[in-house]
Design a binder for this molecule. Structure first.
Ligand code: FAD
Ligand code: AMP
Length: 475
């Protein structure tokens, strides 16, 4: 008789580890299988997000932003930092320390909640049995319910195969100990923009090559336009409609061949980041038939159930946005459903953030989506330049834009570009979740002076009532 659990989770990223903790909290005997090895060959929890994604990228974004802010704006604020210089290995070391603290924190949480950590690779077999192949050999465990949370992996494209530390994906780009003089980035998506920003702030000349003609097509067009202008001012060279067709390692770095509307060209950069998207990690995870779609996402119903009884799937390996919080919320909902409770997820209120400077943040529908759907709406907007707090912070770039239903006044979208807008975004998520109206936000008191007042003013502006900026109607 194999070792038997109520729940076995395969994968310990933000989807899987959160599901395992909630399942244990629900009184279920739970194990989580995880194969990730850190650069020292040690087994670690946390998946992409903690090891090579959200957390390390934000650590480097914060450090590089402080460096650039002092370098460019220190003197203006009366802070003269003579001899300001970079110690990149120290910056990388701090990032690594944060990762280790957080991944070992999850191991502590597993212990505290009674989750068994099965180190090694998990393979789903018939009858909800799982083979774990790890450092101690192979063992078979059985479960009443299985949650697959195997995440995603970076897309590799034939024109740009990865090579050691010169042509890299996100893992390599978060580990360089020196700043390249010139850097190419393939892909102007979230990851490409964030990683490109880190190395540009630290001194690299960065060129972003993007095959598609439009910039940030998933964001509200007004916000994307402001973002393009801000990035250009910062010196980030973003070339749209530019398809990379080949690369070659040379004595000078990487020769990149690309095509645009003018024809075929080439350029040389010292290093290259490939950030062309991610694919579900669903190859060889089961020795039974587990239906996947054409792109490899595990097929599930609205409740994250696969077609195999008692087998669920969550996070990046299933449909929907590839975001850590979406994975975690699915993990919680599934662990609750297994325990006979009701799991709640509102896919219309998923927060989106691009952690550039300024940050780009949104929830709900864009103006373009509302137009396409024929929904009548009101727009309220407020420039960050009119915010007293933003001025005090020397951070006046950007705007807040609020969309409300013209009939019901319900808030349908909140779109922002501005410093720390990732933190302001929760207001929009809560408003949509609570089915709030623009008037509800108007009637709410906001602390002064805070950046959040810009959200208040945008709600007022939706009815032509903004106090600290000129309303469109009044002009
Ligand atoms: P993952 O985090 O990928 O975890 C899956 C885990 O399963 C891995 O640990 C893997 O080793 C394990 N596994 C897979 N197969 C097996 C197997 N057969 N046996 C055992 N273990 C297995 N999202 C955000 O929300 N905010 C951000 O700021 C953000 N920044 C990002 C920055 C970068 C550079 C990258 C690459 C991603 C970023 N993301 C961000 C996306 C986020 O990391 C993912 O959406 C999130 O990690 C998905 O969680 P998951 O649990 O589904 O999968
Ligand atoms: P995302 O999926 O948001 O991370 O974005 C990845 C981006 O990479 C997409 O916008 C793609 O259009 C872009 N991309 C993919 N392949 C290429 C290529 N060969 N050259 C330039 N851009 C590419």
């Amino acid at each position: 008789m194999s070792e038997q659990y109520d729940v076995v989770v395969i994968g310990a990223g933000p989807g899987g580890y959160v599901a395992a903790i909630r399942a244990a909290q629900n009184g279920l005997k739970t194990a989580c299988v995880e194969e990730w090895l850190d650069p020292n060959g040690e087994h670690v929890l946390g998946g992409t997000c903690l090891n090579v994604g959200c957390i390390p990228s934000k650590a480097l974004l914060e450090s590089s932003e402080k460096f650039e802010s002092l370098r460019l704006h220190g003197a203006e604020e009366g802070i003269v930092a003579e001899g300001l210089h970079l110690d990149v290995p120290a910056m990388i070391h701090r990032k690594d320390k944060i990762v280790t603290e957080l991944t070992s924190g999850i191991a502590q949480l597993f212990k505290a909640n009674g989750v068994t950590w099965l180190k090694g690779r998990g393979t789903l077999l018939a009858d909800k049995q799982i083979r774990v192949s790890g450092p101690d050999g192979e063992r078979i465990v059985g479960a009443q319910s299985v949650i697959i949370a195997t995440g995603s992996v970076p897309v590799n494209i034939p024109p740009a195969p990865l090579t050691g530390s010169t042509i890299v994906d996100n893992t390599g780009a978060l580990a360089w100990n020196t700043v390249p003089q010139s850097l190419g980035v393939i892909g102007a998506g979230v990851i490409g923009l964030e990683l490109g920003s880190v190395w540009r702030r630290l001194g690299a000349e960065v060129t972003v090559l993007e095959a598609v003609d439009s910039f940030l097509p998933m964001a509200d067009a007004a916000i994307a336009k402001t973002a393009a202008r801000e990035f250009k001012k910062q010196g980030l060279d973003i070339r749209l409609g530019t398809l990379v067709t080949g690369t070659e390692i040379t004595d000078d770095g990487v020769l990149i061949r690309y095509k645009d509307s003018q024809g075929e060209h080439s350029m040389t950069v010292e290093r290259l980041i490939v950030a062309v998207g991610r694919l579900p990690n669903t190859k060889n995870i089961a020795e039974i038939t587990l239906p996947v779609d054409a792109r490899g996402f595990i097929e599930i119903d609205d409740h994250c159930r696969t077609s195999i009884e008692g087998v669920w799937a969550i996070g990046d390996c299933v449909r929907g946005p590839m975001l850590a919080h979406k994975a975690s919320e699915e993990g919680i909902a599934v662990a609750d459903r297994i325990a006979g409770k009701i799991g709640h997820i509102n896919y219309d209120a998923v927060p989106n953030v691009i952690y550039t400077h300024p940050e780009i943040s949104w929830v709900g529908k864009t103006e373009e989506q509302l137009k396409e759907e024929g929904v009548a709406y009101r727009v309220g907007s407020f420039p960050m330049a009119a915010s007293g707090r933003a001025k005090a912070m020397n951070e006046t770039a950007g705007m807040v834009k609020l969309l409300a239903d013209a009939q019901t006044d319900r808030i349908l979208g909140l779109h922002m570009i501005g410093v720390r807008s990732s933190e302001l975004l929760a207001q929009g998520v809560i408003a949509i979740e609570m089915q709030a109206t623009a008037e509800d936000l108007q009637c709410t008191m906001f602390a002064h002076p805070t950046l959040s007042e810009a959200v208040h003013e945008a709600a007022l502006s939706a009815h032509g009532l903004a106090v600290h900026s000129v309303n469109k109607k009044a002009r």
